[in-house]
Design a protein around this ligand. Sequence first.
Ligand SMILES: Cc1ncc(COP(=O)(O)O)c(C=O)c1O
Length: 503
Amino acid sequence: MNRTNSSKTAEPLRGAGMLADTLAAGLRRDAGTPLTLQVCERLRGLIVEGALGPGQKLPASRQLAADLALGRNTIVDAYARLAAEGYLEARPGSGSFVAAKVPHYEMPPARRAASPARAAAWPAVLSSRAEAVLGEPSIVTGAAFSTCSPDVTSLRLDIWHRLLGKSWREARLCDTQYAAPGGHPALRCAIADHLRLTRQVRCSPEQVVIVNGAQQGLELCARFLAERGDLAWVENPGYPGARRAFGAAELRMQAIPVDAQGMAPQEAHWTRPPRLIHVTPSHQFPTGVEMSLERRLALLARVAQDDGWIVEDDYDGEFSLGGRPIASLQGMDAADRVIYLGTFSKVLFPALRLGYLVLPPALAERFALAAARLLLEGRQLTQLALARFIEAGHFASHIRRMRRVYAQRRQVLEEVWRRELGEAAPLSGTTTGMHVVAGLPPGLDEPLSEAARARGIVAQSLASLSAGAAPHSGLVLGYGAAHDQEVRDRGTELARLVAARLA
Ligand SMILES: Cc1ncc(COP(=O)(O)O)c(C=O)c1O
């Protein structure tokens, strides 16, 4: 649609100097937007506002370029673009003129949305899938006693920097392209070796698919192994990230209670067998329970019979503090129904955004291909640096070091807790990982969590991680990111708060 440029709203700009000054004021030489586009956008705006009138002659490109200290081609390209859009007319031998009729200018949607009045008037635009994601609780990181933050101060960053630098220095052309399906071969090998040795996972490198953190692994499982509306079991209480991924894939979720032996489905649950099961058998999130052998065998047998898939989320299994490493469920699975999911978020640091799936051989190749096509992953040099970190033994020594660090912090917390509370609010889930649970009488965990938050202490309630009526009451206390002294001080403060409520 064209309109005549009659509704002037701005003062006319006369003279090349005035125009150059106006343009110069709006130019951002350090911005990511190319200068040609900036000039183009500004000139277009001036024409639409009426500051440059129909038929008005623009300065010669050479002059405007000199006035703005830009390359001449920048102005030539901007003029050419505006001429192609219909805002300018190029008259050979005479120069460039504002068109007599300019196209109707629609402000881009992003700009319109920036207006609060308009934004408020708009209806909600997020899909029900996004609303399902937003409906799950978020997990707080960083402070004592958040569960999702490992200790990063003990990480040998010097070694990590060196290996990253080496990867970049030795980069080949193919390392600058999209990653191969499954991820960097060296990292797939290193992970397979590590898992066979330490977690009794049965796998070859071809079964390993590198993902952007465990969260992406959960999303891919939901999208690639289930149809919309399929039934997925999640633990109750359980990891909100799994519920987010399954909700975003429009799976129907059933929350299965967790008891002292782990996920505890009743016979009635099996009348509608699930397509997907998210489970954390080594260290149930958040209760800290280890799944019993009996439950493991029962789960594997039923799933094999019903053709479902188990997603074994082994998010912190490396940190078995009791000395006895807990074998994976995947290693016991004779029917190839377990997908093993691991992450470097807890062992190294969350911003690395690297995790992995170990898929049954029959699934692995096509799953990896589908993931590669959907996600177009890159970051191969980071993956290579991590492979070298693992191969050279730095990863194993980091785990050994962190086991000692976390064991010490857990001991400090246990001492403080016993001193302040005796046998009240007992700690459980203390043999693995980086968090424990303080058990509380029903209904007390949420108010206590809020009272702690008011003092700057993160103590997530089991109620907030449960679906429906919470089967357990307690506070989840992560000690990964807090140093010994902080664990002692904040632990004492929190224990006293708990004691006061229990009194
Ligand atoms: C049960 C569980 N799974 C997975 C993760 C980690 O996910 P990601 O690798 O996406 O950081 C966490 C993080 O706290 C977790 O608690």
